[in-house]
Every structure is written in C-alpha cells, then in structure tokens.
Ligand binder design. Structure first.
Ligand SMILES: [Zn+2]
Length: 237
C-alpha cells in the first residue's frame, strides 16, 4: 500500500498531492509506536536469570542405590525427588536435586523459592548417592542434601535425614560443632564461630532460619551442647 501511495506522489498529480500526505505520515507515526513495545519485552528477558522452578516427582529405587535400603524407616515410594533452581556461589543459577519425604515437599519448595529470589548462595546440590551415601564425603565437598538413611551423629537412633525430614545446607560454611567447639572437617575450621559474615553462612535469627521456621523446620544451630549449623529438620531433632 505504501508503494502505491508513493507512486501516486511520484506522478505529481496536483489533486493527489493532498491525499498522499496523511497516508505517508501514518506509517511514520506507527513505526516508533509499534517498535517500542517489541523492544521493551525482550530486553529484560535476555539479561534476567530464569525464575525459580521446582519439579516434584516420584523417585525410583535406582536413584538411591546407597542412601536407601530395606529396613529404612521410610519406604522409597514415600520419598520424592525435587529438581529445583538454586543460586550458586558463582553468582549464576543452577539446577539441583533433593530427596525428601512426600509430606514435606511443599515446605522445601517454599523455602528454596525464597532463597533463590534472595540470591542466597548454595555451593552445590546433589543426591548423597553421588558420594555413595557417605555423609562425611558429601559434607567435605560442601554438598547440600536431605534424605540419607543413616543414624544420627553420635547416636544409635535414626537421624531425621533417614525420614527425609531434614536437610543440610552448605555444610562447609555451616559445620557441625561439638560441645567443645571443634569440627571434624579441616576445610570448615574457619566457619565455627557464630555470628559471622560469609557467603552461604547461616546465622542465628537470619532470614534463612526464619524461612524454615515459617514452615515448621527448626535449626540445629539452636541446639544446646553440640550445634549443627547446616541442619534444618521438620519439628526439630
Ligand atoms: Zn543434618
């Protein structure tokens, strides 16, 4: 249509000089108007990180070759795999995996959505089976994990991890501290004091502790005697 209008202008007929004028100005006005919203939409989506995402699925036996076995207090059919976005120490979004009991998936998704929105950093998040369910090895590489069918540290009773109702977060920055104030992990020795500043460090009364408390999970940093700064569990213990 524009070509036709321009062609009639080029003809130079006196009577058509008046009518092409508004026709020619109309596209000029439309062009910046139509470009503006198109340009505004992709700009933020190119630079902004992806929004938080969490997917809850059943977990197959072969995903838990070391962390689950017959005789564990919760059957693997009652566990769930959560695949979720987390914010890394490298200041980038990542996808991690957690296994928890089916009754607490909403709690975990609620908390980790907050952590991600705050850009609160987590070093890494793999199933403990990546370390053959060796708790010490998982902690030593600063791995955040939840379910593990094991006894509580220094106890013959099942840990809350064996029920899929506990999680350890950034275990290097948030070590388990004996009553005498020591940690078994050499790389965690500079993180034994509280409160203290640091990437991925949990402190008394901070927003991470409050986020868990809001869904009924208690922090191991409030224990008397030994303290477990990495540990949150549903209902405590
Ligand atoms: Zn723990």
């Amino acid at each position: 249509m524009a070509v036709v209008a321009l062609a009639s202008v080029a003809c130079g007929a006196g009577e058509s000089a008046a009518s092409p004028a508004p026709a020619a100005s109309a596209p000029v006005q439309e062009t910046p108007q139509s470009r503006a919203p198109v340009a505004a939409t992709p700009t933020p989506s190119k630079t902004a990180p992806p929004t938080f995402d969490a997917k809850v699925t059943k977990v197959s036996r072969d995903r838990l070759p070391h962390s689950w076995r017959p005789g564990c207090p919760v059957h693997y059919r009652d566990l769930r795999l959560i695949t979720l976005t987390y914010w890394g120490f490298d200041n980038k979004p990542h996808t991690g995996e957690l296994v928890v009991r089916n009754t607490v998936t909403d709690d975990i998704v609620t908390v980790f959505r907050k952590l991600y929105d705050w850009r609160w950093p987590i070093k890494q998040m793999k199933l403990v089976d990546a370390y053959k369910a060796d708790d010490f090895a998982s902690i030593d590489v600063d791995n955040t994990s939840a379910f593990n069918c094991r006894k509580a540290t220094g106890s013959s009773n099942w840990s809350n991890h064996a029920y899929g109702a506990a999680i350890d977060i950034n275990p290097r920055e948030n070590p388990y501290i004996t009553a005498s104030g020591s940690t078994a992990h050499q790389n965690a020795k500079k993180f034994t004091e509280r409160p203290m500043k640091g990437k991925g460090v949990v402190n008394p009364g901070d927003k991470v502790v409050k986020a868990f408390a809001a869904v009924g999970w208690e922090w191991g940093g409030y224990w008397s005697g030994a303290k477990d700064y990495q540990h949150f569990s549903k209902g405590g213990g």
